[in-house]
Design a protein around this ligand. Structure first.
Ligand code: ZN
Length: 342
């Protein structure tokens, strides 16, 4: 597959088919079970791939069709996490409540976590593939700790396990590994104190492209309400980007479409790849290709095109399925418009 300028990709998730899980719902329970559930997940992955390929997306994901929530895919299969001890906590600085499991013992992988999913994904497409896992700080923020006693210690333990897992996925043909860290836009002091160390630990020695996704969250009400409190200009990234520029991460996925993030902040990333969010996931309006192109052109004022990857602002799992498909097509078409100008 030739590497082009402005290769497109998506943040990660896509809506699930209604026969697999309730639409437009985060943490939606499965509608199938047992062998039917496993078959249903695989069928959903094939549809997610087909939708991305038809839209001209260059680096595709499994649409996170096989996990109930982006954090659970990894956590569900860790030893030391007790899912019978669910606790309701406020996550992302109490922006919303979530029922989360409890860490009761030292965390360990019981074995490969995502191996089978990656093998299947690799077998179903000839495109380059990206695989997403939650970042250490975001997992630490979405779990109840009754063992480690500090978020930093818990986060570093998680980072070591993510690194083990990611290293094994390298051999299976993953082109890009992405760690999702929405918590990086919430706990800026912790990012400085241990978040970057944990990220470096998670990607230590990985032989291929790594990305961290830092966003303002899914397009759900709790997030859009929160964004209204952030003022006319969102400068959260300004504190974090210089730290990321000095880190070992290969690139950063961020929110740009309809965001009050000054685009000039991406110049603080110091030569990292930039996954420019050019599709808004908090709006039911489908972008025109020209609108997508305008965001990309704006990013090109600050970062050279070979390091820009047009992307979605965040995951699209809570969106209507047809709407997400239309947004994918706008993303592919918008990037193609700009490519033709180069
Ligand atoms: Zn996101």
């Amino acid at each position: 597959m030739p590497v082009e300028m402005l290769d497109t990709t998506i943040a990660g998730s896509l809506p699930k088919p209604a026969w697999l899980a309730a639409p437009r719902t985060l943490w939606a329970p499965w509608r199938l079970e047992g062998a039917s559930l496993e078959e249903g997940k695989r069928d959903a992955v094939r549809l997610a791939l087909r939708d991305q390929e038809e839209a001209g997306i260059d680096i595709v994901t499994d649409g996170e069709q096989t996990r109930r929530h982006f954090v659970w895919g990894f956590v569900e299969r860790l030893e030391g996490v007790d899912f019978s001890k669910m606790v309701t906590i406020g996550i992302r600085a109490d922006r919303y409540k979530a029922d989360v499991p409890t860490v009761t013992a030292p965390l360990r992988r019981q074995g490969p976590i995502h191996r089978d999913e990656v093998r299947y994904l690799r077998s179903q497409t000839r495109q380059r593939i990206k695989f997403t896992m939650p970042g250490p700080m975001t997992i630490a923020d979405t779990i109840h700790d009754a063992h480690y006693g500090s978020r930093a210690r818990l986060g570093m333990a998680l980072a070591a396990l993510l690194n083990e897992e990611a290293g094994e996925l390298a051999a299976l043909g993953v082109d890009v590994i992405q760690l999702d860290e929405p918590a990086f836009n919430v706990y800026m002091d912790e990012v400085r104190d241990w978040g970057i160390d944990a990220l470096n630990r998670a990607v230590d020695g990985l032989p291929w492209r790594t990305v961290v996704h830092i966003c303002y969250g899914y397009g759900i009400k709790a997030n859009t309400d929160w964004k209204k409190t952030l003022g006319g200009e969102w400068r959260q990234y300004e504190q974090t980007f210089p730290l990321l520029a000095a880190s070992h991460i290969g690139g950063v996925s961020l929110e740009c479409a309809n965001a009050r993030v000054p685009m000039s902040l991406i110049s603080l990333l110091g030569g990292k790849d930039v996954l420019v969010g050019a599709v808004d996931v908090a709006s039911d309006r489908v972008e025109t290709p020209e609108e997508v192109a305008a965001v990309i052109r704006e990013a090109m004022k600050h970062v050279k095109p070979s390091q820009i990857f047009p992307c979605t602002n965040c995951g699209m799992v809570p969106l209507d399925r047809e709407l997400a498909r239309a947004k994918l097509r706008a993303l592919g078409a918008g990037a193609a418009l700009v490519r033709r100008e180069l």
